[in-house]
Write a protein of this length. Structure first.
Ligand code: SAH
Length: 277
């Protein structure tokens, strides 16, 4: 199968056939399957106290707040073609707060709150906002959870996670992206996020075990080290599938007896997980 369109990190495909995908529709309008998962349990009670910000506001949060509010209302918190609404109030608050525009390259800032992934250089992309919110919700983070992200990219997903827990670890394989993301995170007061350049296939053993792991690039299989670094009771959210094809967004939970349970949530398209030479 030849796929003649750009690959976005984290784009949900909405309502057209594979034929439309291969013939090159704009990727953000493409979707293979309706979501298959039951609505996941909400990790936080929907009470006023749960909506109070715990992480300080980043300096750029004063800019373009209305656009973010609109993004949440129109793209994320409401039913959409091929996707259920995101309900976790802490996730929605994080999406309203994190200044997405400072995480994208200057030339893309105007489009920062569009319903689509965007190029961030080096052939990589920042995921569609809806996908960032969906994956954040699927992690079901408790307040003090330790979470590992593979694929820092722009640093945006890591910043969203920083509003959900103080214990965020993120790894990026491409050096200049790693440097840029680490710089933006620092500048926006996300200095508590631990960043590391390296091949995330091997995870981050020094800080294991993790309550949750989020992989924001597509892998042909779950890297075994990531499974080993997950606590019993923990969960991994990962796009599974080959490069240049539609992948499955999968939630894998480690049962207390160490066994694995997997649920496919939806069809997505991510840039591939690459390996160090
Ligand atoms: N989460 C990012 C978007 C991810 S794009 C954001 O919020 O902007 C996927 C990223 O995964 C790319 O930056 C790519 O370089 C990185 N990546 C690919 N393979 C990797 C690996 N083995 N280890 C760490 N990062 C990897």
């Amino acid at each position: 199968m030849r796929v003649g369109i750009s690959i976005g990190a984290g784009v949900v495909f909405v309502g057209v056939t594979m034929a439309a995908i291969v013939t090159g529709q704009s990727s953000r309008h493409v979707l293979a399957d309706p979501p298959q998962s039951p609505s996941p349990a909400q990790s936080r009670p929907d009470t006023p106290s749960s909506t109070e910000p715990k992480h300080p506001q980043p300096p750029a949060a004063t800019e373009r707040a209305e656009e973010r509010a609109r993004m949440v209302e129109q793209q994320i918190a409401r039913q959409r073609l091929g996707g259920r609404p995101i309900k976790d109030q802490a996730v929605l608050n994080a999406m309203r707060t994190v200044p997405r525009h400072v995480f994208v390259p200057k030339a893309r800032r105007r489009q920062a709150y569009d319903d689509s992934p965007l190029p961030i250089g080096y052939g990589q992309t920042i995921s569609q906002p809806y996908i960032v919110a969906m994956m954040s919700e699927l992690l079901e983070l408790k307040e003090d959870a330790k979470v590992l992200e593979i694929g820092t990219g722009s640093g945006y997903q890591a910043a969203v996670l920083a509003h959900l827990t103080p214990n965020v670890y993120t790894m990026e394989i491409i050096d200049p992206l790693f440097e840029r993301a680490a710089g933006v995170l620092r500048k926006q007061d996300y200095g508590a996020v631990r960043t590391r350049r390296g091949d995330g296939y091997f995870g981050w053993a020094e800080h294991a075990p993790f309550d949750a792991i989020i992989v924001t690039c597509a892998a042909g299989h779950l890297p075994p080290p990531l499974w080993e670094q997950l606590k019993p009771g923990g969960r991994i959210v990962i796009p599974i599938g080959g490069p240049y094809e539609v992948q499955r967004l999968v939630v894998m939970t480690k049962q207390l007896d160490g066994s694995r349970r997997s649920t496919t949530v939806m069809s997505v398209r991510f840039v591939p997980l690459t390996r160090e030479e």
